[in-house]
Design a binder for this molecule. Structure first.
Ligand code: NAD
Length: 500
């Protein structure tokens, strides 16, 4: 068998037993079959390996109704401590099922096993524990009041943080379970219930997770999963009048549509959108570390990270050396099937994504960028693209302006700090940026000047659950992770008590 094709014989018994069938929806704690289903295809061969349910309006209504019932019933009656305990138990169960879950995620998405095990399972357990702790720490304020037109008596004011309601969550395929848990955990900690729609390509990890949630004692209806092959399921969810908040991660284009629709019904939104994040190597950087980090900032997860370091700006004095080092790493990466234990880079999620990436490479070359390595795909049906570096990139190139979402690095040299800040900020996106320097004054100046939601110094794409993560400009509205994500799922009630 070619090293470019997944061998399903390598799967553990649990994943094997789980995968090969038609997967129903998860509504009110039960698996619900639908009339229609669609194919899930292996990104290394294009071959169907399972099917998922195609939800329609009736199923979306049923899922939202189940979430509403649980919101005012079983989930509301549990004390915060009991909600916390269940989220902690779910984290343990996730870890106990690491191999199964990471294999499911890898088969659907083409991502490497260490990545799906580390990010979608390990990191998710960490997020569940952190967020579980918030269930017992949501507080209001108290104040002695003096309402001027109520001249007598004692007035005491209180605020309460109450769950915002049923959350509709819509997530992408690039870190499917990981991002789903970023949505689910703060919503549940705040007392909300949820209907989650995974991406069409990667529904199975969320469905398996929902079964584990039941096992952890999270009542039926608190977490519901609806699947479908097109945009319709997401659209129905966003439009549904009983959805109080839409929590979305995905492309800027879809985020814009969701914002418009949600505004008409005054729904809460949290939108984590696209990026075109710069990696900036200053003249005093530690070159070997910066170059290695720059390579993996774009090649990790095959470039399919929202804050992939897809623009590399290097001080002219180091430009040649950094490019050489990044290229050496790119050329050392062998493309191979992600189920192989030694795989260094697998396929993109599907052929459509591969074509999109190759089109951007062609456009970059036509617009005058210089191909240093890659730029091609193996002559194989799998959705592979070789790690690619295009040098001498100019700001007006479409491959510099747009998010490519693949292993394509656009590199350019600069002379002065103010020049690179202008280049970095010359983007409609504002998700993340990293700066490589040892100069403390420069760190402060550049951190303040960069128009992004996350600045990383001598590290790239470092996302911790204790810090808010969110985009500026076309990269989004609101934050995932941290206390900010929990509070975003609450609404404030003010109360006045009058004692005569
Ligand atoms: P996408 O926007 O095409 O799809 C995301 C989700 O939205 C999917 O579940 C999809 O089925 C659904 N959807 C599509 N059209 C819809 C509509 N009209 N209404 C409601 N839902 C709809 O994105 P993708 O291709 O799955 O993922 C890649 C994108 O996600 C990239 O732009 C990437 O940057 C972004 N992303 C952002 C972050 C972040 O935290 N900022 C993290 C990961 C990925």
């Amino acid at each position: 068998m070619s090293r470019l094709e997944n061998d399903f014989g390598l799967l553990g018994e649990e994943a094997k037993a789980y995968l090969d069938r038609v997967h129903g929806l998860h509504i009110g704690g039960r698996e619900v079959a639908t009339r229609d289903s669609y194919a899930l295809c292996d990104p290394t061969t294009g071959r169907e390996f399972a099917r998922a349910a195609e939800a329609g309006p009736d199923e979306i209504d049923a899922a939202v109704a189940a979430a509403r019932t649980a919101l005012n019933g079983d989930w509301a009656t549990l004390r915060p401590y009991e909600r916390e305990r269940r989220l902690l138990r779910l984290a343990d169960l996730l870890e106990a099922h690491e191999r199964e879950l990471s294999e499911i995620e890898t088969v659907c998405s083409g991502r490497l096993l260490p990545n799906t095990a580390g990010v979608d399972v390990g990191y998710s357990a960490h997020v569940l524990r952190y967020m579980g702790g918030w269930a017992t720490k949501l507080e209001g304020q108290t104040a002695r009041l003096s309402v001027p037109y109520i001249p007598t008596g004692d007035l005491q004011g209180f605020t309460f943080r109450e769950p915002v309601g049923v959350v509709g969550a819509i997530v992408p395929w690039n870190v499917a379970l990981g991002i789903a848990v970023w949505k689910i955990a703060p919503a549940l900690a705040a007392g909300c219930t949820i209907v989650l729609k995974p991406a069409p390509q990667t529904p199975l990890s969320a469905l398996r997770f929902a079964r584990l949630a039941l096992e952890a004692g999270i009542p039926p209806g608190v977490l519901n999963i609806v699947t479908g092959s097109g945009p319709e399921v997401g659209e129905l969810l966003v439009r549904h009048p009983d959805i109080a908040m839409v929590s979305f991660t995905g492309s800027t284009e879809v985020g814009r549509k969701i914002a418009a629709e949600a505004a008409g019904q005054f729904k809460r939104i949290s939108l984590e959108l696209g990026g075109k994040s710069p990696v900036i190597v200053m003249e005093d950087a530690e070159v070997a570390a910066a170059s290695e980090a720059a390579a993996w900032a774009i090649f990790a997860n095959h470039g399919q990270n929202c804050c992939a370091g897809s623009r590399l700006y290097v001080h002219r004095s180091l430009y040649g050396e950094v490019i050489d080092r990044v290229v050496a790493i790119a050329e050392s990466i062998e493309l191979s099937a992600p189920l192989l234990p030694d795989a260094a880079m697998g396929p993109l999620v599907n052929q459509a994504q591969r074509q999109r990436v190759l089109r951007y490479v062609e456009a970059g070359l036509a617009e005058g960028a210089r191909l240093v390595t890659g730029g091609t795909a193996p002559d194989h049906v799998g959705a592979y693209v070789r790690p690619t570096v295009l040098a001498d990139a100019e700001p007006q190139m479409s491959s510099v302006k747009d998010e490519i979402f693949g292993p394509v690095l656009m590199a350019a040299a600069f002379e002065r700090e103010e020049d690179v800040l202008a280049l970095a900020n010359d983007s409609r996106f504002g998700l993340g940026a990293s700066v490589w320097t040892r100069d403390v004054d420069r760190v402060h100046r550049m951190t303040r000047a960069l128009e992004v939601g996350s600045v990383w110094i001598n590290v790239h794409n470092a996302l911790d659950v204790a810090l808010p993560f969110g985009g500026w400009k076309d990269s989004g509205v609101g934050n995932d992770l941290s206390e900010a994500a929990v509070l975003a799922h609450t609404r404030i009630k003010a109360s006045v008590h009058h004692h005569a």
